[in-house]
Design a protein. Structure first.
Lengths: 256, 256
């Protein structure tokens, strides 16, 4: 199996854009994001929540890096201040980072101002590093992300948000799921991408049995009982929209 | 399978020392090395060369961070100045970083002064961060490393040298091989360790077929023709010594 995954070589491949996987925000500086699409991946739970809120009709999601900013901006624009620190609703906020907290009847037509431990931080790092385009991805919008990457034909960095700069498995598994779908369109010569795809292929048919082994599962389920969140975040295509970052906001992008 | 790997839980496990895997030198600061044994892992090729040289009777290996230091120290003590930059013999040095360059007839009784792109750099980082004990590991000394870790009963950081701070697969596979042997003696709650072990279990029976997919294989074999080096570096227990860092030198440690 492995002989056919992860690495594309040959002359034809040299025409293709590159794809790299970055396992931690602390490694982002090793990759050239300037002419690349950066996919921000924070499966548990920021990028799952972003997909869910937009799918359910939110006008946009404004990712911010501090609780103070979330409160200030949401007051000014009559938005919903939301976010978490260390897995629970951040002090000073009324709404958290659960994709199930934002059904259509609550979020439609509204703006979510979201701050999270890992995902929104990585998004701002990619922005500061001059990323050409930023989109967000998680299992709920897997196919939308893959369709977009294939159509754009630009270099791609799959940016895993991790947990406080540590590697985590759920983000890597999603990177592997993307790679598995799009790899024929990219030149991939990157051990992180190979690892991500091998892990995804090994676990994809038993993902719900596998996730209880993850560090983050213990944090979310054993401490906060968020089993339904975990299921949503690891199920493909439940909220198949493409969040694109434009002028400070994540909006539903056109898949062209 | 995965239900039984990677994570130990339960009351008994709480008595055990911890084990973490660090995928890149750029992530080392996230781990507490102060009371831990740090295993420096640079499979291609520094820690394979270190095992080989010591196994073949070298008095010791002095790891240094610059070519200038390698030259200066080796002149002073009549040692062998050796090392690489970007996979080939560093300019100004006569000997490289190949484990096969140091047979007994050449290296016995001598001191190797070694500088490399990734492995010796990580060793110095672990030292500066206050690591309790530093040892080096690669497939050629797999069993010696595992026996030592099990006997010491201290916290362990498996430190992958990577390639210029990027994740690489060969170091992670070795981390997985160690974890697979020692895990019952440690409390392991770390997605990097789980990933390393899953990859190792997936590839261990086909390691020689798998390594041609690795980024570093292309660098070493396609550019420099070092296929025999690769074979040595990925074969378990060909140089089963335990290199321990003491007072600026790597010497054969007693497995006590």
């Amino acid at each position: 199996m492995a002989a056919f995954v992860g690495v594309n070589t040959g002359n034809m491949a040299d025409q293709k854009p590159t794809l790299f996987t970055c396992f931690s925000p602390a490694l982002l500086h090793l990759y050239d994001v300037n002419d690349a699409i950066v996919v921000i991946i924070d499966v548990f739970r920021a990028t799952s929540t972003i997909a869910s809120a937009l799918q359910n009709g939110a006008k946009c999601v404004i990712p911010v890096d501090t609780v103070a900013k979330a409160v200030e901006i949401s007051k000014r624009i009559d938005g919903i201040a939301a976010g978490e620190r260390d897995g629970k609703i951040a002090e000073g906020l009324e709404h958290g980072n659960s994709p199930l907290e934002y059904p259509r009847e609550f979020v439609e037509g509204k703006t979510l101002v979201l701050t999270t431990t890992n995902g929104t931080r990585l998004l701002h790092m990619a922005l500061e590093n001059g990323a050409d385009t930023i989109i967000t991805g998680s299992f709920p919008n897997l196919d939308a992300v893959c369709r977009y990457l294939v159509k754009q034909q630009k270099n791609v960095i799959l940016g895993c948000a991790g947990w406080k700069d540590r590697f985590n498995l759920e983000d890597s598994l999603f990177a592997g799921a993307v790679i598995h779908q799009v790899k024929e369109f990219f030149r991939i010569h990157c051990d992180s991408s190979l690892t991500a795809e091998l892990l995804y292929l090994q676990q994809k048919d038993r993902l719900q049995d596998f996730v209880p082994l993850l560090t983050h599962y213990h944090r979310l389920v054993e401490r906060f009982g968020l089993i339904e969140d975990i299921r949503f975040c690891t199920t493909p295509n439940l909220a198949n929209v493409l969040p694109v970052y434009r002028n400070g906001k994540l909006i539903i992008g056109e898949e062209e």
